[in-house]
Design a protein around this ligand. Structure first.
Ligand code: ADP
Ligand code: MG
Length: 292
């Protein structure tokens, strides 16, 4: 089983004033891993380091026990990367873009032809092959970028916010697609949207201000907020009180009542608060909405 070991990575920007990653360590084997954290948590920085596009201040990344710096080209040949910053070639047709990327990755002509035909089918873009990328919708662009990341049949697939800017239908499509292609690969997906990875990730890594806060299966993560999630009936005035004093994860309106869902360490007093079954969304709020 392939292993990617990320060891004690720290990275600062702006002469050390911005700490993007702070002694981050995790070991990945095959399967889908969700890297979950809000904007600025350090997700893209980590992915840039893991793909050897950025040097950490300290720490190292090992693939099957060997430092990726030492592996160099042979590491790149097993790597597929979809960066967050989309330097898309708007004047290129999709077909030309994929041929161009295949050439950069050193694929032979015959191999490239087969792969491109196959991947266009896989990402459902065959009919758009001769259209310019500039005319693509958000979802089509994301699928085109995923396709280029798969050209070399990577053993390690790094996708930086692959569902950013997509509508719900496109999100579901991309999610299922990633799940399908993940077999026998190490897949790392970053997102700040819980539902993107909730059902497809084998394990979820929560990243906050450059630090790993939790790493576990979805099921075990949710246990962290067991008996910390309550639903309370409220009127407008009470609602305001809860919003100011608690992490409010959800609001339901039914008839003239409001049901407030809160995540808290301390059960609120003087009200009929009922502990309810927690979700990963509740945990996300618990971890990332601090100070309450
Ligand atoms: P994420 O991908 O989770 O949104 P990033 O890795 O992009 O997080 O950023 C982590 C932190 O590092 C943020 O505070 C961001 O402003 C900062 N940062 C990222 N890239 C640079 C850069 N090139 N120069 C200076 N600061 C940066
Ligand atoms: Mg990012």
């Amino acid at each position: 089983m392939p292993t990617l070991e990320i060891k004690n990575i720290s990275k600062t920007y702006k002469k050390g004033t911005v700490k993007a990653l702070d002694n981050f360590s995790v070991t990945l084997t095959s399967g889908v891993y969700g890297l979950l954290g809000p904007n600025g948590a350090g997700k893209s920085t980590l992915m840039n380091i893991v793909t050897d596009n950025l040097n950490p201040d300290c720490g190292e990344v090992l693939y099957d026990g060997v430092n990726i710096k030492k592996l160099g080209k042979s590491y790149r040949s097993v790597l597929g990367y979809m960066p967050q910053q989309q330097g898309l070639y708007d004047d290129f047709t999709l077909n030309r873009f994929l041929w161009y990327m295949a050439a950069l990755k050193g694929l032979k002509k015959k191999e490239a032809k087969e792969k491109i035909t196959f991947l266009l089918e896989t990402v459902n873009l065959t009919s758009a092959a001769h259209k310019k990328l500039g005319s693509f919708s958000g979802g089509m662009k994301q699928r085109a970028l995923i396709a280029q990341a798969l050209l070399n049949d990577p053993e390690i697939l790094i996708l930086d916010e692959p569902t950013a800017g997509l509508d719900p239908k496109e999100r579901i499509r991309i999610r299922n697609f990633i799940s399908e292609i993940a077999e026998n690969k190490i897949v790392l997906i970053s997102t700040h949207v819980v539902s993107d990875i909730e059902f497809i990730a084998k394990e979820i890594i929560l990243l906050k201000s450059g630090k790993l806060v939790l790493h576990n299966t979805c099921e075990n993560l949710i246990k962290e907020v067991e008996n910390k999630v309550y639903e309370i009936e409220a009127d407008r005035e009470k609602l305001k009180y809860y919003q100011e004093n608690y992490r409010v994860s959800n609001l339901y309106h039914s008839d003239d009542k409001i049901i407030v869902r809160i995540v808290t360490d301390n059960k609120p007093e003087n009200c009929k608060a009922e502990a309810v079954k927690p979700t990963l969304e509740d945990l996300y709020l618990y971890i990332f909405e601090s100070g309450m």
